[in-house]
Write a protein that binds this ligand. Structure first.
Ligand SMILES: Cc1cc2nc3c(=O)[nH]c(=O)nc-3n(C[C@H](O)[C@H](O)[C@H](O)COP(=O)(O)OP(=O)(O)OC[C@H]3O[C@@H](n4cnc5c(N)ncnc54)[C@H](O)[C@@H]3O)c2cc1C
Length: 319
């Protein structure tokens, strides 16, 4: 019996979302009186033993170069092998893009109940009940999982990273990994100061900014805060900004610590992608804009006057 955590990597480095999953999985192990183990696939540039400080005792490393590029089918089979090797009864993923592709496949393969979008530790006082968000974050559901193996995909930024002391045993795990059925022929990377999906702070612009020529306003504020930039859908549809910056129901769902929305009305489809943000600041010249209802702080004013002043003040504060 153990809790197995999938440790997701980008370019051979462990993602921040995986550290949250590790901390979360370690806590479940403590809660259920078992141990936490991790599984890493493919080449790594990080010191895996150091992940012990997040509470994991052992890391199973399936070091095959066929796993260097993400492939949901190959990853599912490799993780199923690690579940077998560890005897895991709980498997934890981050509910990020990779987790969303693998966890359902593993669930079908192992006939294991899956809770995707978990936001809290399971309640194990009477069975195994996990709280998750539903209806684009508008409501919660408590899901009881009764299968022998339970899979949880934890929402990014829903559980704080907890680092302590310790080192993990790293063990090579052999697994038959067939060549993936698809081949990566090229990788086009988004370059930017901060990747949107992992950003602690996001500055986002909407149609209220009038045109792409005014985006310096958003970028200057983002730069001052070391934040990522995002936008509403019509902005991406109009090619003012690239589509990978579009957040919302049909775009990326994010959960930063701070989301600053400039000239965005706050339509339900936009809120669906940002309402898990810890703090929301809205800047809009219309006091009736719906976004103010979801905001923690609101500034009623013209973005072209307000935002440069905020940027200046932040620069001054940071020296
Ligand atoms: C099926 C479906 C899926 C969708 N998915 C998404 C999605 O994923 N993401 C998304 O964003 N939208 C999505 N939409 C579109 C959504 O319904 C809204 O139309 C969109 O979010 C509005 O974008 P906006 O707020 O930038 O523009 P507007 O609604 O035009 O709002 C602009 C805002 O800027 C303010 N403003 C104007 N000038 C200034 C100024 N000088 N200073 C300050 N404020 C100013 C205005 O008061 C207004 O509130 C979807 C719609 C549908 C039907």
């Amino acid at each position: 019996m153990s809790v197995l955590i999938f440790i997701d990597q980008a370019d051979g480095h462990v993602k921040k979302a995986s550290l949250e999953a590790l901390s979360y999985g370690a806590k479940i192990a403590e809660q259920t009186g078992t141990t936490a183990e991790g599984v890493v696939l493919g080449t790594t540039k990080d010191d895996l033993a150091a992940l012990g400080k997040y509470g994991v005792k052992k890391i199973h490393h399936i070091n095959k170069d066929t796993l260097d590029h993400f492939d949901a089918q190959a990853y599912t089979k490799a993780i199923a092998r690690a579940v077998e090797a560890s005897g895991a009864t709980v498997v934890v993923f981050s509910n990020n893009v990779d987790g969303k592709a693998i966890a359902p496949r593993l669930s079908a393969r192992l006939k294991a109940g899956l809770v995707a979008g978990a936001i809290a530790l399971p309640d194990t006082s009477n069975g195994f009940v996990v709280k998750k968000t539903v209806f684009s974050g508008k409501a919660f559901a408590n899901i009881a999982v009764a299968t022998p193996i339970k899979i949880i995909a934890l929402n990014p930024n829903a559980y704080a990273i907890k680092a302590g002391e310790g080192s993990a045993e790293v063990a090579a795990l052999d697994a038959t990994v067939e060549a993936p059925k698809t081949k990566v022929v090229s990788v086009n990377k988004v370059t930017g100061e901060v990747p949107l999906s992992e950003a602690e702070i996001v500055v986002s612009g909407g149609r209220g900014l009038k045109g792409p020529e005014n985006w310096g306003l958003v970028e200057d504020l983002a730069h001052a805060l070391h934040a990522a930039t995002a936008c509403s859908r019509p902005v991406a549809d109009a090619h003012w900004r690239p589509h990978h910056e579009h957040v919302g129901q049909t775009g990326l769902a994010i959960a930063p610590n701070l989301y600053i929305a400039i000239g965005i009305s706050g339509a339900i489809q936009h809120l669906a992608g940002v309402n898990r943000s810890k703090v929301i600041v809205v800047i809009n010249k219309d006091p009736e804009a719906p976004f103010f209802k979801a905001a923690d702080y609101g500034i009623v004013g013209d973005a072209f006057e307000v935002v440069p002043k905020i940027t200046e003040a932040i620069k001054k504060l940071k020296g």
